[in-house]
Design a protein around this ligand. Structure first.
Ligand SMILES: [Cu+2]
Length: 658
């Protein structure tokens, strides 16, 4: 390639993006989002690495997308709540159990909010958590091997949306029900009742998941709440450490046509939960153990890498009518969506979808009002504070449909406005708008690396836009969502880059790459492989029949399987291929696929063992092969398995190279 071509390839694309921005960016006579040096700011040269990891929820694909920032490069997708044929997650015998729930095997999930673990209020690069909205669950993903290590189900919940936001030392993760459900107050049993008995029978729950030093999750307690919709949450920090805040809408307790019936009240509530007090109550044995069947699935590579499931039958429920000082309601206009605590921990910001201002509550004023019992009333044992007593200020003219706020650590807040398609920058102390920038189009969440921690990295902001329309080459009716990278290092925001994202990213998290790189696992050590069906050399490769089960202990190494010729399998057998990848080097996976199998491939990492279950339903000779182009002789990495009719007398026989 000549130099001119190289220059064009290197620069033309980003420049086109930027000139597109210049053309599109002149609405209302306002020059927005243009920056002459945008291309150089997002350009990461071949062989260079991005400065930040970006973790984007996959939304309705149920996965977690990993992107490099500022380049917007899509680096990886971690399968979490949905089966992934790409590597066999949720298909292989080892990983199937990760998708077990109290409803049985659930192969799909709706992932909304990734949240990095924190130590001392800062992201620490150990784990990332993500919630599942539809069948309420929370997952933990290790940032050493980028695999889902644990998934816990949330009982007495429906629409696990306000989740999984961590406390400053990852003591707890929040999980609140978006849809209130009919539960009996006496025993939390789901009730078969008329839907229009909502006001009488439906309740909400706020759950707190305790996280151990090793990351293991268990539900420590649930708080029984009025039958509102609990939407989002964030934990306090600094002076407000020990508290978590949950937005609610539908304080009208409507059960039909919510767009009208849940939009009547001028103010709904933020629920402020004193989780330290709740934890004390739990220690004292307060609250009631109630039925709350839920499943916890976990996988540990050091313990063989086979997912295990356990069912937990009960959960501790705390009732604010019986336990003082647990929860307070902060009146907040109007149908609030996001709730965000600024890095100082002094201010609580709500995004009221239907509000004309952004209300900013003062934690100090809240504490004072509680101290003085300055209440306007109570709902189901929860004292309601007075709006004027707790208000720090209202941000005027914040754009239409304010949803979510993040912070840059320099005293500024950034709020997305969904309807007017913009990000608005404002001063937290003065509650005054400083700057605004259009986004394309209709941003939901936004993300600043560390922007919901005590120590944001206020260099870039990513707007996660819900509508893509004309931003990219059309791909029919369905398009990937569009993220936009905005430079927030100066006083004025500057649009740098558009990049497409898989699924429907709701929230995202960002972290300096060096915090994650240092813990990276490059392969699994063979000598530490604790899988009961692992073999450590080709000599151990074998085929064993046990009734109608056939177990094939197989190895894969560049560029052959052992054994690669197998006979003696019969129609009606259950065949288990236990494939160990003998490689001990970075980035040498082997794949395994067999003709006609009705699950997916396996993608086996170096040093790992995975199991493929196959039930041949017709006789013949079936080829299998490695799916991952692993060497120059990858195409030779193949084999045959012979399937004979039921009752045939073909004996088990196998080998490689005979
Ligand atoms: Cu291979």
């Amino acid at each position: 390639m000549n130099t001119i071509h190289k220059i064009i390839r290197t620069w033309a694309l980003p420049l086109l993006v930027v000139s597109g921005v210049l053309l599109a960016g002149c609405q209302n006579g306002q020059q927005i989002g243009s920056s002459d040096d945008a291309a150089s700011k997002v350009y990461v040269a071949p062989g260079e690495h991005d400065e930040f990891y970006g973790f984007f929820s996959g939304g309705y694909n149920g996965q977690l997308g990993i992107y490099g920032l500022p380049s917007g490069r899509h680096l990886f997708t971690v399968p979490v709540f949905s089966q992934a044929p790409v590597n066999g997650y949720g298909y292989s015998e080892e990983t199937k159990a990760m998708l077990n729930t109290s409803h049985g095997f659930v192969p799909w999930g709706d992932a909304h909010h990734p949240e990095l673990s924190q130590t001392d209020g800062e992201t620490d690069g150990r784990w990332i958590f993500i919630n599942e909205n539809n069948t309420p669950r929370v997952a933990r993903i290790g940032l050493d091997d980028f695999k889902t290590q644990e998934i816990i189900e949330i009982p007495n919940s429906a629409g696990n949306h306000a989740s999984p936001f961590v406390t400053p030392n990852t003591e707890y993760i929040s999980a609140a029900t978006r849809f209130s459900i009919p539960v009996s107050e006496d025993d939390m049993q789901n009730m078969d009742v008329a839907i229009d008995s909502y006001k009488e029978n439906f309740k909400g729950t706020l759950s707190f998941i305790k996280v151990s030093d090793e990351g293991k999750m268990n539900i420590d307690f649930q708080i029984l709440m009025p039958g509102f919709d609990y939407d989002l949450s964030h934990a306090g920090k600094g002076p407000s450490d020990g508290w978590s805040f949950f937005t609610s809408y539908n304080s009208e307790e409507a059960n039909t046509l919510l767009e009208i019936n849940a939009s009547k009240n001028d103010k709904d509530f933020i629920a402020a939960v004193n989780w330290k007090k709740a934890a004390e109550y739990v220690k004292q044995g307060k609250g009631t153990m109630m039925p709350g069947e839920h499943v916890r699935n976990y996988i540990d590579h050091e313990e063989g890498g086979i997912a295990k499931s356990e069912t937990i039958e009960e959960v501790r429920v705390l009732d604010p009518r019986k336990l003082d000082g647990l929860v307070y309601f902060l009146p907040t206009p109007k149908s609030p969506h996001g709730v965000d605590v600024d890095p100082t921990g002094k201010y609580i910001v709500a995004g009221g979808k239907l509000s004309t201002v952004i209300p900013v509550h003062s934690f100090a004023k809240m504490e004072e009002a509680i101290e003085n019992e300055d209440y306007a009333g109570e709902v189901m044992g929860v004292p309601v504070l007075k709006y004027d007593s707790i208000l720090h200020g209202e941000v005027e003219n914040p754009g239409l449909g304010p949803l979510h706020t993040e912070f840059d650590g320099k005293g500024n807040a950034y709020t997305t406005a969904f309807i007017s398609s913009e990000v608005v920058k404002w001063d937290v102390e003065k509650t005054e708008v400083i700057d605004r920038i259009n986004t394309y189009y209709s941003p939901g969440h936004l993300m600043i690396p560390g922007g919901d921690s005590q120590n944001p990295d206020g260099k870039y902001l990513v707007a996660l836009n819900k509508i893509t329309k004309d931003r990219y080459l059309p791909t029919g009716p369905e398009m990937f969502h569009s993220a936009q990278l905005i430079d927030i290092s100066g006083e004025k925001m500057k649009l740098l880059l558009d990049f497409p994202t898989e699924g429907e990213p709701h929230y995202a998290q960002g972290i300096a790459a060096e915090k994650v790189i240092k813990n990276q696992k490059r392969f699994y050590k063979l000598e530490e492989n604790g899988h009961p069906d692992a073999i450590s050399s080709e000599k151990e490769a074998r085929v064993e029949r046990d009734g109608n089960e056939v177990h094939i202990y197989m190895t894969a190494i560049r560029s052959h399987f052992t054994p690669d010729n197998i006979e003696g399998v019969k129609v009606g057998d259950e065949v288990y291929f236990h494939v160990t990848n003998l490689e001990q080097d970075w980035d040498v996976p082997h794949g395994f696929a067999i003709k006609g199998a009705n699950n997916a491939e396996l993608l086996i990492m170096p040093g790992e063992t995975l199991t493929f279950k196959w039930e041949p339903n017709k006789e013949g000779v079936f080829p299998f092969y490695c799916t991952d182009f692993c060497s120059a002789l990858h195409q030779e990495m193949q084999g045959y398995i012979r399937v004979s009719p039921k009752g045939s007398d073909v004996e088990i026989a196998y080998g490689t190279g005979q």
